[in-house]
Design a binder for this molecule. Structure first.
Ligand SMILES: [Ca+2]
Ligand SMILES: [Ca+2]
Length: 241
């Protein structure tokens, strides 16, 4: 029986480590995930200016609601709820990318909207530039109804797709994946693992596709109503390093 010399053993181990790193390198790295369950979160807890596990929002407990709720959930018993009944504000909650600036992200979560007209979005921002782009859902006049869209902070949507053309129920739990990639200059939206919107390099021209924090917003500042309500659960943010 031939016994491996220390040298060849070292080479073997090095080789194994290298191929392991290559496999890992090709795989997405989870940056942050949450299911909004206890003990980290408690039903009825408001997300206000004091951080709750890194979440900071504008809950006022009445007209602008940003709360952990057990009214419904995708996993376990709890999820995040935003309700806009305020004609001068919109409920929102920020969280950082754990101190990192991501030039690409797969941003997956489950969402349940109160109505097919519910306005709901994720803003992506970095410290230096503020909100740089956003991806969301709402009534889009060009689509003649509800749909998913992507846009810069200011200006019109740069891509959208109507709910009716994708055939799903916005008021049930749906899995949404927002992806952005600075190197590829692309933004995409997948609904229940099926890509429904993809913006090309030409369409994302001028957008700074990097962020170090994100925010979920429901409704809009001047709007208010029972249709402006959204539930979010099982958020997983990963990146391809
Ligand atoms: Ca949950
Ligand atoms: Ca409002």
């Amino acid at each position: 029986m031939k016994i491996a010399s220390p040298h060849s053993l070292q080479r073997l181990i090095l080789g194994a480590t290298l191929s392991f790193s290559l496999v890992l390198g090709a795989r997405a790295e989870v940056v942050y995930s949450t299911d909004f369950e206890s003990p980290a979160f408690t039903a009825g807890q408001g997300i206000g200016t004091t951080s709750v596990n890194g979440w900071v929002g504008n809950d006022n407990g009445s007209s602008t609601v940003v709360q952990i709720t057990d009214e419904t959930s995708h996993s376990g018993k709890q999820c995040l709820m935003e309700v806009d009944q305020d004609p001068k504000d919109a409920p929102s909650a920020w969280h950082r990318f754990q101190g990192r600036t991501l030039e690409n992200a797969d941003f997956t979560f489950w969402v349940k909207l109160a109505a097919d007209s519910t306005a709901f979005r994720a803003d992506f921002a970095d410290e230096e530039h503020g909100v740089t782009f956003m991806i969301g859902h709402g009534y889009v006049s060009d689509l003649g109804g509800g749909g998913w869209w992507a846009k810069p902070e200011k200006g019109n949507s740069i891509g959208s797709v109507a709910d009716k053309t994708v055939s799903y129920n916005p008021t049930a739990w749906n899995k949404i994946t927002f992806k952005y990639d600075k190197a590829e200059k692309t933004i995409s939206v997948a609904l229940n693992d099926k890509e429904i919107l993809k913006l090309t390099k030409a369409e994302t021209e001028g957008l700074n596709l990097q962020a170090n924090r994100f925010r979920f917003v429901t409704g809009w500042v001047a709007g208010a109503g029972s249709n402006l309500k959204a539930y979010v659960d099982d958020l997983v943010i990963s990146t391809n390093p």
